[in-house]
Ligand binder design. Sequence first.
Ligand SMILES: Nc1ncnc2c1ncn2[C@@H]1O[C@H](COP(=O)(O)OP(=O)(O)OP(=O)(O)O)[C@@H](O)[C@H]1O
Ligand SMILES: [Mg+2]
Length: 349
Amino acid sequence: MELQQLESKISDALKKIEHPTYKQSLGELNMLGGLEEDGDAIKLHIKTPDPDRKIQIALEAQIRGFITKLDLPKKVKIKFSVDETLKPEDIGNRIRGVKNIIVIGSGKGGVGKSTVSANLAAAMAAKGLKVGLLDADIYGPSIGKMFGLSGKQPLFGDGQRKVEPPMAHGVKVISFSFLLNPDQAVIWRGPMLGKAVEQFLYEIIWGELDYLLIDLPPGTGDVQLSLAQLVDLDGAIIVTTPQNVAIQDATRAVAMFQEVKIPILGIIENMSEFVCPHCGKSSHIFSKNGGPAFAAKYRVPFLGDLPLMTEIMESGEEGTPFAIQKESPVQKSYNEIIDRIGVEVERYR
Ligand SMILES: Nc1ncnc2c1ncn2[C@@H]1O[C@H](COP(=O)(O)OP(=O)(O)OP(=O)(O)O)[C@@H](O)[C@H]1O
Ligand SMILES: [Mg+2]
């Protein structure tokens, strides 16, 4: 094998080995220093951002494992040299390239978290923002359908460790439903659940994003807590309906986010009023003003309200969020909500 050919093989291999400290591949970190003939051996230069010998030894073992498989006629010597310029900027518990990570939650189920997440994400993309949407509801994933991405999706890797998310309406979407057959039951619990969520955060090619929205399952359980530990969340949005029961559950959601120190960007009241599909008149079928009163009580911003409309429900079945279907008061409301979110995330920066 020619030296050049070998170099390209090793370069490919380095893309598949992850640096334990920086959570990037050796390829991404540019650690390949080059190859040279060295008497009857080959010398492989590996540049390393930190001088830790233990890490070097572990990495060397992984590189050797790969080289052994090539069955080369010559011996390969691996030489590490420290190059601190390769050290990536410390971004803590963040996803590289993603500016804001926002979770969308509620205490109660069925208040429209997924519908709001889908419409919000699509409306953001229509405004020119770069958006990703992660459906973290592993028990009842519904985001896929709302984007017309039903059931199991063919997911393509980049030849390294990461997976490209499917894109619909300008939004990069990932959902547990893409991995499962429609009638497959999910039995993940505790640690497994955390691992699955972690993979969705860090092993997806999100690229550069203004917003990564995370649609949470209902309640205040495992997923919420593992997320808060896995990644620095920039804020939470709480969706509620106006009636008292939903508001009580929203109180629990507020308490949970405050406990894990995630800034609450605000409240969105969904199904505020019913718009009659026949006459177009609106009526408050639930009590009026629950959301704004709630926001005032907990001193969190009120981001906006959204009506209950047959078309919104139908759009969730069709696969194109209503907020981007046509110009409408709903579209306007979403755009205002997006502006308010923009103001809030800046406040906490
Ligand atoms: N503003 C709305 N107008 C009409 N229908 C709506 C509206 N918001 C949500 N829905 C409908 O209500 C149902 C529940 O909404 P959705 O699935 O978004 O709630 P959720 O809070 O995500 O539920 P879960 O807690 O199960 O995840 C869906 O059928 C959806 O289409
Ligand atoms: Mg949902």
